[in-house]
Design a protein around this ligand. Structure first.
Ligand SMILES: [Zn+2]
Length: 296
C-alpha cells in the first residue's frame, strides 16, 4: 500500500493547478521529493502524516489536540449528520453536476476533517459526479488528525487570510462554525460557486449553555452581525435553520463539553459541573447561510 505521505503528494501533485504560492502567488508544482514548489523556488514539503503545510509564518492556534480529538469522536458519533445531509442536498440542488470533472469543495476551517469527509460520503451516495475535497486549517493538530483519519482528501495547514489556492478554484466553500474571510472566499470561488456558512443558532447545546455560559443576548447579537457581513459580500440564495435533538451516549458528554467553544472561557468548576449533568438529549441548532459572491 502507498505510504500516506506518498499518497498525499500524488494527490496534491495531480491537482497542483489548484494551488498558488502563498509567498509570491505563482503557480506551483509537486517535485519528486514531495515538495510543492513555485518558480521562485518557494517550497513546501508534504508531511509524513499525509498533509501539507503552506504557512509562511508561525501562527498560534487557540485549539489543541485534545479539543480536536474530542471533536472527532463527537463527529463520528453522527452528531452533525442531519446538518451534513442538509448541506449535501443544498449543493446537489444548486450546482449543475453531471460533468466529467469532479466538484471541488474547500472546507475553510476544516479542523479534524470529519465534516468534509462526511459530506463526501453523502455526495457519493447521491451522484456519480466526483468529489474533490480540500481542507484548510490554521491548526496543525487538527489537520494531522484529518490526514490520519480520512484518506483521499487534500489536507492543508494554512492561513485563510493568505490562502494557498488560485482564483476561482472551488465550486463550493464550506465554512462551518469557523471564522470567515469573504475577500478570499470571493476570490477562490468559481463563477457560479457557492459559499455555505454555518453559524450556531440560539438553542445550540442549550443543555450545556446554562452551566458553561451566562445567559446573555450575545449570541443572537453576534449572529445578526455575521449575517449582515455575509450579505455585504454575498447574495443570499438560501437561509435556513436546522434544529434537532440528539440522544447522547454517556461517554460522549465529556468530548462534547471539551470540543465546544462554550467551554473555552469556562472556569474549571463550571466544566466539572457540566460533566456531572445527566444529559440524555442535547440540542443541535444551526443557521445555514448559502450565497453566491456579488459581482464586483
Ligand atoms: Zn513563490
Amino acid at each position: 500500500m502507498l505510504k500516506k505521505i506518498d499518497a498525499a503528494a500524488r494527490l496534491i501533485g495531480r491537482y497542483s493547478s489548484l494551488f498558488q504560492c502563498p509567498v509570491c502567488g505563482l503557480a506551483m508544482e509537486m517535485n519528486e521529493n514531495r515538495t510543492l514548489l513555485c518558480r521562485n523556488r518557494h517550497g513546501f514539503d508534504t508531511a509524513k502524516p499525509g498533509y501539507i503545510s503552506l504557512l509562511t509564518r508561525a501562527v498560534k492556534s487557540d485549539y489543541g489536540k485534545t479539543m480536536f480529538e474530542a471533536r472527532n469522536l463527537v463527529c463520528r458519533s453522527g452528531f452533525f449528520q442531519p446538518l451534513i445531509e442538509r448541506i449535501g442536498q443544498t449543493i446537489l440542488t444548486n450546482i449543475s453536476g453531471g460533468g466529467l470533472e469532479p466538484i471541488t469543495v474547500l472546507d475553510a476551517g476544516c479542523g479534524e476533517g470529519s465534516q468534509l469527509a462526511q459530506l463526501a460520503e453523502v455526495w457519493k451516495r447521491e451522484t456519480p459526479t466526483g468529489f474533490l475535497g480540500a481542507g484548510l486549517d490554521l491548526s496543525k493538530e487538527g489537520v494531522a488528525i484529518a490526514a490520519r483519519e480520512y484518506a483521499g482528501f487534500i489536507w492543508c495547514v494554512g492561513d485563510l487570510a493568505r490562502s494557498p489556492f488560485r482564483d476561482q478554484s472551488f465550486d463550493v466553500i464550506l465554512n462551518v462554525l469557523s471564522a470567515s474571510n469573504y475577500g478570499e472566499f470571493s476570490r477562490l470561488l468559481s463563477k457560479d460557486g457557492m459559499l455555505i456558512k454555518v453559524i450556531p443558532g440560539s438553542e445550540h447545546l442549550r443543555q450545556l449553555r446554562h452551566v458553561l455560559y451566562d445567559r446573555s443576548p450575545r449570541q443572537a447579537y453576534s449572529n445578526e452581525k455575521t449575517r449582515a457581513l455575509f450579505m455585504r459580500h454575498f447574495d443570499m440564495l438560501d437561509e435556513r435553520q436546522i434544529r434537532y435533538d440528539v440522544t447522547l451516549q454517556k461517554e460522549l458528554l465529556e468530548p462534547l463539553v471539551r470540543m465546544t467553544p462554550l467551554s473555552w472561557g469556562a472556569r474549571d468548576e463550571q466544566l466539572q459541573q457540566a460533566l456531572q449533568l445527566a444529559i440524555r438529549e442535547i440540542t443541535a441548532d444551526f443557521t445555514v447561510l448559502v450565497g453566491r459572491a456579488k459581482v464586483q
